[in-house]
Ligand binder design. Structure first.
Ligand code: CU
Length: 322
C-alpha cells in the first residue's frame, strides 16, 4: 500500500487535520450510497428562540464563541446518542462504503492509546505542534489504534476516525442529515439558558463526573477520575434535560456548517453558517479536553477541521427535519 505522508496541521488543541495537496484530493464518494429508511428513536425538539454562544471570559476569542445572540430554530429531530461503532458497522456492511481514513491509508491516533511496545512500528509521523497526535497507517474506524486493534469491545462507543464526508454519507444512508451548529447547540443546552454545560454551571455537580474529559496532566497523565481514558459508551453518563446523551466530552461531533467567526451569518432564524469555507464546525469537546489547556467541553465551545480529516476523537450524531 502507498503509505503517502501528508503534512498535518494542529487546528485546535484537540484535533489535528490533514493538509491534502490538491492533486491528492479524493473528492466526495457517492457511488456506493443508497438511501434506506431507518426509523430509530430520535428526539423531537420544538425549537424556538434561545441564547446561542457565550461571553464567558475564559473561552477562546479566535473560536468565535461569542457574542451571545438570540437565535431562532425550527422544530427538528436529533439522535439522542452519537452514532456508535455498531451502527456504523451496519452501514459499511450494507454499502461497502470506504471511509476517508481507509482511502488515505491513515488516521490520527492519540499517542497514549497506542501499545507502547509497538509504538515505533505503528507510527509514521507525529504532528509537530502537537506531538501527542500520531499519524498511524491503516488506522480507521474499525481499527482505531491501527492494525491489530478492533472495536469489538466498544460497539456501543461512538464511531471515530470518521471524516465529515463519511458522516454525511452515513446520514444520507439513514435518511437523516448532520445537525446545523444551531440545532446542535439548542439540543445540547437541554432547555437551560446560558449555562456552561448541558446540565448546568458546575463541572462536577456534587463531586461527581458527568462527562468524559481529561483529568490529570495533559498530555502525559490521565488519572481517569471519570472512568475513561479514550471513548466511553454513549450512555455512560446521564442525559441532559432534552434526553441528549454524550453532548459534552467523549468525542467531538461534526456539524453541517462551514466554520466562520462572522456573527452576521450565525444569528437570526435557522442560521447555517458560512456559505463556503475550508473547515467544518465541530461541537462538544472530547475525552482529551481539560480545563488547563482546552475547556472546549462547554456547550458554546466550537472548533473545526477539514472535511476529509479524521482522528480518534471525532465522531458525529444525526438530525432530521421535523
Ligand atoms: Cu479540547
Amino acid at each position: 500500500m502507498d503509505r503517502k505522508q501528508f503534512p498535518t496541521a494542529n487546528r485546535s488543541c484537540c484535533t489535528p487535520g490533514r493538509i491534502v495537496p490538491s492533486e491528492d484530493a479524493l473528492g466526495v464518494q457517492q457511488e456506493h450510497i443508497t438511501c434506506s429508511t431507518h426509523t430509530t428513536d430520535m428526539l423531537f425538539l420544538n425549537g424556538g428562540r434561545f441564547l446561542m454562544g457565550t461571553d464567558y471570559p475564559f473561552s477562546f476569542p479566535d473560536d468565535g464563541e461569542g457574542p451571545v445572540r438570540s437565535v431562532e430554530v425550527n422544530p427538528f429531530h436529533i439522535d439522542p446518542y452519537p452514532v456508535t461503532n455498531a451502527q456504523f458497522a451496519q452501514f459499511v456492511r450494507a454499502t461497502r462504503y470506504r471511509t476517508d481514513a481507509e482511502r488515505f491509508g491513515w488516521s490520527f491516533v492519540f499517542w497514549m492509546h497506542l501499545p507502547s511496545d509497538r509504538f515505533e512500528a505503528l507510527v509514521a509521523d507525529t504532528v509537530a505542534a502537537a506531538p501527542w497526535w500520531c499519524q498511524v497507517p491503516d488506522a480507521d474506524w474499525s481499527h482505531p489504534e491501527g492494525p491489530g486493534s478492533s472495536v469489538e469491545d466498544r460497539l456501543n462507543h461512538p464511531v471515530v476516525h470518521v471524516s465529515w464526508n463519511d458522516a454525511v454519507a452515513y446520514a444520507i444512508w439513514v435518511g437523516k442529515t448532520l445537525p446545523t451548529e444551531t440545532q446542535w447547540e439548542f439540543a445540547a443546552r437541554g432547555g437551560l439558558e446560558q449555562k456552561l454545560y448541558p446540565w448546568g454551571d458546575e463541572l462536577t455537580p456534587n463531586g461527581r463526573h458527568v462527562c468524559n474529559i481529561w483529568q490529570g496532566e495533559f498530555p502525559r497523565l490521565n488519572t481517569m477520575e471519570d472512568g475513561f481514558s479514550g471513548t466511553c459508551p454513549v450512555d455512560a453518563f446521564p442525559p441532559n434535560g432534552y434526553g441528549l446523551y454524550s453532548a459534552a466530552g467523549n468525542v467531538w461531533e461534526w456539524c453541517a456548517d462551514w466554520f466562520t467567526t462572522d456573527v452576521a451569518v450565525r444569528q437570526g432564524i435557522n442560521p447555517i453558517g458560512a456559505s463556503t469555507g475550508t473547515t467544518k464546525v465541530m461541537k462538544g469537546g472530547s475525552f482529551l479536553c481539560h480545563a488547563s489547556y482546552c475547556n472546549r467541553y462547554r456547550v458554546a465551545a466550537r472548533t473545526s477541521n477539514t472535511p476529509d480529516s479524521s482522528t480518534s476523537n471525532i465522531g458525529f450524531r444525526c438530525a432530521a427535519l421535523a
